[in-house]
Design a protein around this ligand. Sequence first.
Ligand SMILES: *Cc1c(COP(=O)(O)O)cnc(C)c1O
Length: 292
Amino acid sequence: MKVYVNGKLLDKRDAKVSVFDHGYLYGDGVFEGIRAYNKLVFKLKEHIDRLYESAHSIMLDVPLAKSKMQEAIIKTIQANKLKDAYIRVVLSRGEGDLGLDPRKCKGRQTLVIIADKISLYPKEVYQKGMKIVTVPTMRNLCEAVNPQIKSLNYLNNILAKIEAINSGYQEGLMLDHLGYVAECTGENIFVVKNGQLYTPPQCMGTLRGITRDTVIDIAKKLKIPANEHVLTRHEFYISDESFLTGTAAELMPVVEVDGRKIGTGKPGKITQKIMEEFKKITKKEGVRYELG
Ligand SMILES: *Cc1c(COP(=O)(O)O)cnc(C)c1O
């Protein structure tokens, strides 16, 4: 495997960053997870735009122009000869001293691009649907660490993941500080009620997922009304269908929350229709690359 580190493609064993990197010391940095399907990088522009927005928000300069970032990502996929890939772009503050002051790292950001394969869950879970549980750790406050920033500071989500696992579940439902449904540990949430889609608005402790936006577009095309609406757990429990969205997890049906069956307890019809449509568009949309 070849890994991109600051402009160079290195063998996996040589791909290393400094222990003084503030990304390592403090989680000071931002990232993106991107997928390529059949030699097409899906929503590449959207991912690059969000990376630059996250970086801008934390006053982190991106050392490359967006066009060069796109080239670097594609070069990394090509170097690994991957037709289908999961790509992780990590931009951290870089090497500094032991203090917090990011100015000490100035101009030496670390950019790493890894192109690999992952499927987050076994195929069977995608077919049968997932059971999830509400976790005690609330989602970060927008006015603390805004969930819109796709940051390396991921402890909020990891704590929630640990709690879900400790309770015997694979995924945890996170609420915001008011007790409304926010998102799962790395995926956005949708519910279906009476033929309409509902997902929490961006301001409710959710990251604006690119898969989430894609699903809203698909719903429009299929003439299924999609609403951004505050959701309580009660509304989740009484929904007809539910599913999660994320680049890594893709679309995952949810069939039980906190011991309550969702709908029939099986992946719903609208969920399946949207999953099919998602598969279709990932096969034909995206930035094309060649493999030698
Ligand atoms: C990345 C991420 C998502 C999913 O966003 P996509 O753009 O669809 O991959 C959802 N929640 C969190 C916390 C994330 O980090």
